[in-house]
Design a protein around this ligand. Structure first.
Ligand code: DAH
Length: 336
């Protein structure tokens, strides 16, 4: 038995020395250290020997088992370390791998630019929830119940009274409920409409809303502010016009147009031969709206405006399909 133990030790050592890979090492483990391996077999054999021989042999076997395991562990450590080092070999003469740098999304760039211009004129920025009540989205904004004006915007209803906001105008109400005049806020955010998706319409898009309420605010303030904005955003040489329109929450209401900066008003594909581009809706805040938030309509007047960000960005960058903003194609996004 003594000889068999020495033999096992010798062949274990040889096998361990030869092992070069994880697979080799695993074979050594199975052959010698596993439950059916050579060392376990020797323990098994010892059980049938006379009791007198057992203590000495048991000791020898335990030493073998312990040393073999330690040698095995040590070998495994050096093998692991050398494979890590192996893959770590760096050829410093190779050029590095460039990491792509992301860019800000064109819609966010547009929002930031619009914000910057209005903030420089003394506006601050407010936001509101995308899930709204009928009251904030319609009622408080002077859309009477069952009034056809509600059909101007196809609404996603969550329940009878809860909906996805169709515009950022409800943030006007929330802002005015929280503070007294003067109010000078711009309110960017996402809005939702139940429309067929096409190059010209989306179910979800961004708007930016503006509101200025104080004593003595007039239509001239509206025009002066919006023209100052348009010149900074679209360029000093654009011409502009306001055309009467209807919104329930403003009276009077006006759409603002700028001369087409592509054809300078001559008529082209961009302006659909009109020479003019509609850039926003606006108007003097309807007294009903001011009343709904508890403002004194004898004392305060205000103007409001709203514009679509996708449309604004498209005018600016010449993008002719709104869906491109949401496809996350880096070939598109990289251009801005
Ligand atoms: N809420 C309008 C829309 O989504 C846009 C708008 C028009 C906002 C006139 C205003 C405004 O604040 O005064 O079509």
């Amino acid at each position: 038995m003594n000889a068999r133990i020495s033999e096992a030790r010798a062949s274990f050592q040889t096998a361990l020395e030869k092992a070069q890979t994880d697979a080799d090492l695993d074979q050594v483990r199975v052959q010698f250290l596993s439950r059916s391996g050579a060392i376990a077999n020797l323990f098994e054999e010892m059980r049938s020997l006379p009791v007198a021989e057992k203590p000495a042999l048991g000791k020898l076997l335990n030493v073998l088992k312990f040393e073999a395991q330690a040698a095995f562990d040590e070998k495994k450590r050096t093998l692991d370390a050398s494979t890590v080092r192996g893959s770590d070999t760096v050829d410093l003469t190779l050029p590095g791998r460039p990491r792509p740098v992301g860019t800000k999304h064109p819609l966010m760039q547009t929002i930031d630019d619009i914000k910057r211009i209005f903030v420089s004129m003394g506006f601050s920025v407010a936001t509101g929830p995308e899930i709204e009540t009928d009251y904030y989205n319609f009622g408080a904004l002077n859309f009477p119940a069952d009034h056809p004006a509600r059909d101007m915007q196809d609404t996603f209803f969550i329940s009878k009274d809860i909906l996805l906001r169709t515009h950022t105008s409800p943030v006007q109400i929330r802002t005015m409920e929280k503070q007294n005049p003067p109010v000078r806020e711009i309110m960017p955010g996402r809005v939702y409409r139940n429309e067929a998706i096409s190059a010209r319409s989306l179910v979800s898009f961004y708007q930016i809303e503006g509101l200025y309420v104080d004593q003595g605010v007039t239509f001239s303030d509206l025009k002066g502010t919006l023209v100052a904005f348009a010149r900074q955003f679209y360029g000093n040489d654009v011409r502009f016009k306001f055309r009467p329109t209807f919104f329930p929450f403003t009276e009077p209401s006006a759409d603002m147009y700028i001369s087409c900066f592509l054809c300078k008003g001559k008529g082209c594909r961009m302006c659909k031969q009109a020479g003019w581009l509609e850039i926003l809706g606006s108007g003097m805040v309807h007294p009903h709206v001011l009343k709904n938030v508890g403002y004194d309509t004898e004392k305060y007047t205000g103007f409001a405006f709203g514009m679509g960000i996708e449309r604004t960005a498209s005018l600016r960058y010449g993008v002719d399909d709104l869906r491109l903003y949401y496809e996350n194609d880096v070939r598109f996004l990289k251009q801005f």
